[in-house]
Design a protein around this ligand. Structure first.
Ligand code: ADP
Ligand code: MG
Length: 243
């Protein structure tokens, strides 16, 4: 089967500054790839290109075998079967949890019945029962992020993008949510690109880890392979080897 997402020699520069060097990789159906790397290495830029929020400087992107970016051909974000979860949740403050979750579905023209069914499923899955009529300010950070995830899943995207979804949470909550998210994503088997600078998170969540450094892929491998056969001194250091 063809991969759900393919990047072929995709690069990004801002003016003279090259942020991502030509990068190629495939995300398989149902696969979770964690993009792991230090702050400023280009992780968010990479996700934003996949989402279509920023255009690549060169290269091609394919979703489900169809080009979404290739030469002058460019499919805008709202036409891509993708949804995104952000670090800062980005919930609408004036809307209830229910309205936030339903927001992305406006364009999809789903029936009221289907909408209710999806919200019902998601409130159970993300343990949001009893919270649907609250506003974001009446929720804890962990609950707000669960709403952010529910909102993204409500549109039933083919690809889920998550940009450091847990980094705004305090350390205890982050550990709890990490395990919860790992189990949730495992159940969903939705193709996911998950950005983090936290190795524990990457190990808990990833089928494969893409180590990004200075805009280039250092290694893309299963977690145990990174540990057993680090491809560079940098990856070795990341895995805790000392020389
Ligand atoms: P990360 O998410 O890994 O922390 P980013 O993708 O946000 O990294 O940023 C990578 C680099 O690109 C940084 O040096 C950042 O300053 C630069 N950058 C990101 N967005 C822009 C922009 N719109 N204009 C200029 N430089 C940018
Ligand atoms: Mg970032």
């Amino acid at each position: 089967m063809n991969p759900i997402l393919s990047l072929e020699q995709v690069s990004k520069s801002f003016g003279e500054t090259s942020v991502l060097h030509p990068i190629s990789f495939d995300l398989q159906r149902g696969e979770r790839i964690c993009i792991l790397g230090p702050s400023g290495c280009g992780k968010s830029t990479l996700l934003q290109m996949v989402a279509g929020l920023t255009q690549a400087s060169s290269g091609s992107l394919f979703i489900d075998g169809q080009p979404v970016e290739q030469g002058s051909h460019y499919v805008p974000p709202e036409k891509r079967p993708i949804n995104m979860v952000f670090q800062d949740y980005a919930l609408w403050p004036h809307m209830t949890v229910r309205q936030n979750m339903a927001y992305g579905l406006k364009r999809q023209k789903v029936s009221k019945q289907e909408l209710d069914a999806r919200l019902e499923r998601l409130q159970k899955l993300l343990r949001l029962e009893g919270l649907l009529d609250r506003r974001p300010s009446e929720l804890s950070g962990g609950q707000q992020q669960r709403v952010g995830i529910a909102r993204a899943l409500a549109t039933e995207p083919s690809i889920l993008l998550m940009d450091e979804p847990l980094s705004n949470l305090d350390i205890k909550l982050r550990t709890d949510m990490r395990n919860e998210l790992a189990s949730l994503l495992g159940q969903l088997s939705i193709a996911t690109l998950y950005v983090t600078h936290d190795m524990m998170e990457a190990f808990a969540i990833a089928d494969r880890i893409l180590v990004l450094r200075d805009g280039a892929i250092d290694q893309l491998a299963k977690p145990n392979e990174l540990f057993e056969r680090p491809a560079s001194p940098w990856v070795a250091q990341l895995m805790g080897y000392h020389n």
